[in-house]
Ligand binder design. Structure first.
Ligand code: 13P
Length: 342
């Protein structure tokens, strides 16, 4: 019998575990490989992802891995399908199904995520291939008077249509409305991030309700409430944790089993520190964990450097970051832990 989406969603946010976002599109992974001077070939992409999937910490700390289409269909060097490698590590395979953020017509500077056409058929195939959850990322930019209502609404509506299609096909939707950190200088302090994030989340939950999406069968993947990177404003770990949790409590119904944050360009250690501070705060109605891409992979990518002889070093770097984030998922990370294991 097929598993209920509610059970899958609960497994995705199991105690002390989180999600590895390894779903970089061909274009994005090329940018990452450029930073280590490595050509983005199918073989190199496979080797890199195999290194991550076979790392010890994947089995210990990763509940699920978000994959790009190519990786879901790929096999490890020894011919074992990646879906089997992940199953052996106890990690659920997930799939990025959006087709990217495109210019929003008549709304200069804003994007809307596309990919609904043919999505039902793609989801059915992804299910057959073993995927049990999916991801769709919407991006919202803070810039001057932006975002516009048009941008917030169009993205929320697309997220809800995607989420309903996932649930219809036995797949848990990760609902990701990302308010970007790198917007306007002048008007992008932490309080503006709070307001825009709250607005986006309220709109998303309205749309999910209208689309009859079961909230106990989704995972929310939001940004944290942080000052814009160009704003010149600094916020302490406590302030980010307090404002993020307050914003989420305002907007996210307690039926949602879990919230798995994106890292969005935060440094590796800050992404961990923020998550830990939130989990240490007080009783929360949902699980709070990580669904990091860059903040889990950056150190591993650089230690590996595209060389087979560095695989063990790459895995050590990944193990460390993943274990630090697993501690953060239960509020137990500290700088002392960071130094002890490094
Ligand atoms: P980052 O953690 O690098 O922001 O990536 C997470 C993700 O999946 C964005 O869609």
């Amino acid at each position: 019998m097929s598993e209920r989406i509610q059970d899958i969603a609960n497994k995705m946010v199991a105690e002390g575990k989180g999600i590895l976002a390894a779903d970089e599109s061909t274009e994005t992974i090329k940018k990452r490989f450029d930073t280590i001077g490595l050509e983005s070939t199918e073989e190199n992409r496979r080797d890199y992802r195999e290194m991550l999937f076979r790392a010890e910490a994947t089995a210990e700390t990763v509940s699920g891995v978000i994959l790009f289409d190519e990786t879901l269909r790929q096999s490890a060097r020894d011919g074992t399908p990646f879906t089997k490698v992940l199953a052996e590590a106890g990690a659920i395979p997930g799939i990025k199904v959006d087709q990217g953020a495109k210019d929003l017509a008549l709304s200069p500077g804003e994007k809307v995520t596309e990919g609904l056409t043919g999505l039902r058929e793609r989801l059915k195939e992804y299910y057959e291939l073993g995927a049990r959850f999916a991801k769709w990322r919407a991006v919202i930019t803070i810039d001057g008077d932006l975002p516009s209502w048009n941008c917030v609404k169009a993205n929320a509506h697309a997220l809800a249509r995607y989420a309903a299609l996932c649930q219809e096909n036995g797949i848990v939707p990760i609902v990701e409305p990302e308010v970007l950190m790198d917007g306007d200088k002048a008007r992008h302090g932490i309080d503006r991030c709070y307001d825009v994030t709250l607005w986006a989340l309220n709109t998303v939950f309205d749309e999910l309700y209208d689309a009859s999406v079961a909230l106990d069968g989704i995972i929310l993947k939001p940004n944290m409430v942080v000052p814009g990177q160009k704003s010149g404003e600094k916020a302490s770990v406590e302030e980010v944790a307090e404002k993020t949790v307050r914003c989420l409590k305002e907007a996210v119904p307690s039926a949602v089993p879990g919230i798995a944050f994106l890292s969005g360009g935060q440094s590796d250690e800050l992404a961990t520190a923020h998550l830990s501070a939130m989990n240490a705060m007080d009783t929360l109605p949902w699980k709070l964990t990580f669904s990091y891409g860059r903040a889990l992979q950056a150190a591993a990518l650089s230690a590996w450097g595209g060389k087979r002889e560095n695989e063990a070093a790459g895995q050590r770097a990944f193990n460390h970051r993943a274990r630090m984030n697993a501690l953060a998922a239960t509020g137990k990370w500290s700088e002392a832990e960071e130094k002890k294991v490094a």
